[in-house]
Design a binder for this molecule. Sequence first.
Ligand SMILES: Cc1ncc(COP(=O)(O)O)c(C=O)c1O
Length: 441
Amino acid sequence: MDAPRIIVKPPGPGSQQVMERDKELVMRVMYNYLPVAFKRGEGSILEDVDGNRYIDFNAGIASMALGHSHPEIVEAIREQAATLIHNSRHTGYLEPYLEVAEKLRRILPGELSSGRVLLVNSGTEAVEAALKLARYASGKPGMIAFMPSFHGRALLALSATASKAAHRKRLTGLLPPTFHAPYPYPYRFPGPPEKAGSFTLQYISSMLNHLAPPDDVAGIIVEPISGEPGYIVPPDNFLPGLRKIADDEGLFLVADEVQSGLGRTGKIIACEHWHVVPDIVIFAKAIASGLPLGAVVAKREIADAWEPGAHGTTFGGNPVACAAASRFLDILIKNRLHERAAELGRRLLSALRELVEEVENVGEVRGKGLMIGIELVEDKDTKKPAPKLAAKAITRCLEKGLVITKCGESTLRICPALNIPEDLLWRGVEILSETLREFKT
Ligand SMILES: Cc1ncc(COP(=O)(O)O)c(C=O)c1O
């Protein structure tokens, strides 16, 4: 498909119709960022039902790391679907499952490379499983997590999530014990930005002294780079500091790499930016190129403490999803897509950072690899978040043929396919920059 091409201003009549049907049929709890109905995708191009084409900077919320309908993924899915679509791992062993487990171990650092693997159906389920495992293996009920953070919306995952208070509405009393520390957010830290990491580390030590006895805490769950809360990159001392606290206090370090993992930030797992090996690592999103799959990899002795039957799943590790994942991992490694992401990310950051100088509403541009956030603010002095401006930018970009969404309160997120062709990437950056320059004050 050639790109981009806007025939009618979105939402066109086709999208309008779909939106009306959706309003009647779908629970309104499902919010939507973009008033458009997509019909087709190819690589980094999306086409809507009115024939408009867009460059895709969202990639199915950081999931389509190889772009839409990659021919080799389509082939792998087709072959596996014609062979065996499903037979639960509880009722017979499955080789596609083992291929994914082997390929994951091969690319993971340290003891994770000989860890054990569990496959489930989504990021939330993977978080859910990892948090159960941490509690089971340690025999301890509590967890430490961060605010803000996002780990999913099922009850155990939600107990760690501190993203939007609305997620917890009418559930507060049902959530298992979790102690939240501030996620180091240098741009918004009320002091020198480089101190944000030390502040949080001290906060956790203090929490373990005054509030959360280490004997009651199973571990610390952390997004090495925070996703939904705003693509926040923590200071360099944060992850190593957490590793040290976990070692000193006998806690498991659980890395939620659902969004940051598998090449997106320029490393296979984002923890590698800081040479940290977690005890348990969680994947989903990109792993099966658009099919539902999540994975938990845990160091061997932790995983082996979880007794047979304590957890399970009918569809987790489904052969079709595994065939897609196995091929995705091959393509990722063969083409060194994580290294490409690192290189493109460096160039993107330096190009986009010019906007901070030029536009009063661009507060900060941050990120690693192809996980980049542009935080919009009302003005640079107050740094007041500007959600209306973010919504306006998203709409204007859509009208010009660029699909982009936000995270946090008002951060535009750039998470395209890791193999996005350069001409599309830079055309998208042009549309985005032009849009933000319209806000110049
Ligand atoms: C870091 C992180 N963990 C967990 C999840 C939940 O994943 P899912 O939506 O696949 O359940 C997400 C989703 O955005 C995420 O970003």
